[in-house]
Design a protein around this ligand. Structure first.
Ligand code: PLP
Length: 423
């Protein structure tokens, strides 16, 4: 004690996890965090798209406190109400094809669960994943993750029979969304001809808007085509909405925006506004084919986390309907910034999941521009994160209940940061 937090970390916390900042946080409320030195920060990192309701939302806090006074853990042994309540709340908001749930602790655990489910019920082994996708860091999840080769480096052999095919990246490829979709689908067709027959494939695992990989929306046509291929060949469509779920993209789930039926829906991050919880949702018909005891988790569906999840969904009912309006405002402002700043190459995304790609000459990724913007933002009282394989994309993910004034404040800081960088 008494030493600087960075030194204390250095002495005892495994350096394998990288930290975006050296600032020590002591409290948070709404869209704001307070550091140990008293400085306040607008938190547009939302703990990597977790705190959709900001910090300490009152209804969620009260639900946690109430459960804290009852019991903390009885899972795997006794029955308990918060688990059912969380599932009931999820059933109200998930796509109609989803009506039964398995709870885990993290996004990666839910991804792994979804793949195990798919393999078990189809009796097939192969999984198709999409280049640039991020599905987590555990051995299975990292086998489907290709947002950066570094995440996989040194961990081979990974889980077998995973086939990776391109996801439409129109800006990077210099194509329209339509042409990028056609290219990605033609590559998928070739893969099914040359590498793996559709009848051997258990599932397609896809993010409807790639997150860590660079904030690329899949687009309506691409999602429709994947659904059609799955239907034709009895393949399950697993939609990973760990980052895109719970109102982030403008509706409860991006699958609802695209009106695409997931066979399996993977949820995490914002589900309990910061408490560790994840869920695999599917139809009763599918989940009843998963033999009892063939999968499980000691802490998955912890009562306190489930109480928080139920309250998070209840609170979000008042918030999600406002996301499209806030999104429109943010996009308008970012398009204005794009006209004013040559460093902004592309602005894309859905809802309040917006990627602002920073580039140099000829679309070259400019990670140094992102570093400068993020550092300027920190100095001026705001946190933002980056993404993409070159780490040159601002990921703009404010709380969903952010005020228009806070939204403008954040975008103004990015505007000034770019002016400073371009000087
Ligand atoms: C789309 C997606 N899937 C899965 C994960 C993994 O979640 P977790 O870090 O909770 O394991 C993430 C995390 O960023 C994600 O964005």
């Amino acid at each position: 004690m008494g030493e600087n937090i960075v030194t204390r970390y250095k002495n005892i916390i495994a350096p394998v996890i990288t930290w975006d900042s050296e600032i020590e946080i002591v409290s948070g409320e709404g869209s704001w965090l307070t550091a140990a030195d008293g400085k306040r920060y607008l938190d547009f990192s939302t703990g990597i798209a977790v705190s959709g309701l900001g910090h300490q939302p009152p209804h969620v806090k009260a639900a946690i406190q109430e459960q804290l006074d009852r019991y903390w853990h009885v899972g795997g042994v006794f029955r308990y109400d918060p688990l059912v309540r969380a599932a009931e709340r999820l059933k109200e908001i998930t796509p109609p094809s989803i009506d039964m749930f398995f709870f885990g602790n993290s996004g990666a655990e839910a991804v792994e669960g979804s793949v195990k489910l798919a393999r078990k019920v189809t009796g097939r082994q192969a999984i198709v994943a999409f280049r640039g996708g991020f599905h987590g860091r555990t051995m299975g999840a990292v086998s489907y993750t290709t947002s950066k080769a570094k995440y996989r480096q040194g961990y081979h052999p990974l889980v077998g029979s995973v086939f990776v095919t391109p996801f439409p990246h129109p800006y990077r490829w210099g194509l329209t969304q339509e042409d990028a979709t056609a290219r990605a689908l033609s590559e998928l067709e070739l893969m099914l001809k040359h590498e793996i027959t559709p009848g051997e494939i258990a599932a397609f695992l896809v993010e409807p808007l790639q997150g860590e990989g660079g904030y690329y929306p899949a687009g309506q046509e691409f999602m429709e085509a994947l659904r059609a291929i799955c239907d034709e060949h009895g393949i399950l469509l697993i939609i990973d909405e760990v980052q895109t779920g719970f109102g982030r993209t403008g509706d409860w789930f991006t699958s609802l925006i695209y009106n695409i039926r997931p066979d399996v829906l993977v949820m995490g991050k914002a589900i309990a506004n910061g408490l560790p919880l994840s869920a695999v949702g599917a139809s009763t018909e599918l989940l009843e084919q998963w033999p009892p005891g063939s999968h499980g988790s000691t802490f998955g569906g912890n009562p306190i986390c489930c109480a928080a999840a139920a309250a998070t969904v209840e609170s979000l009912h008042d918030v999600v309907p406002h996301v499209p309006k806030l999104s429109e405002h943010a996009f308008d402002r970012f398009f204005e910034l794009k006209d004013a700043h040559p460093t902004i190459g592309d602005v894309r995304g859905l809802g309040l999941m917006i990627g602002v790609e920073l580039v140099g000459e000829g679309r070259t990724p400019a990670p140094e521009a992102f570093a400068a913007v993020s550092s300027y933002a920190k100095d001026n009282g705001m946190f933002i994160l980056g993404c993409g394989p070159d780490f040159n994309i601002i990921r703009f993910i404010p709380p969903l209940n952010v005020s228009t004034e806070e939204l403008d404040l954040g975008i103004d800081i990015i505007d000034r940061a770019l002016t400073d960088y371009e000087r």
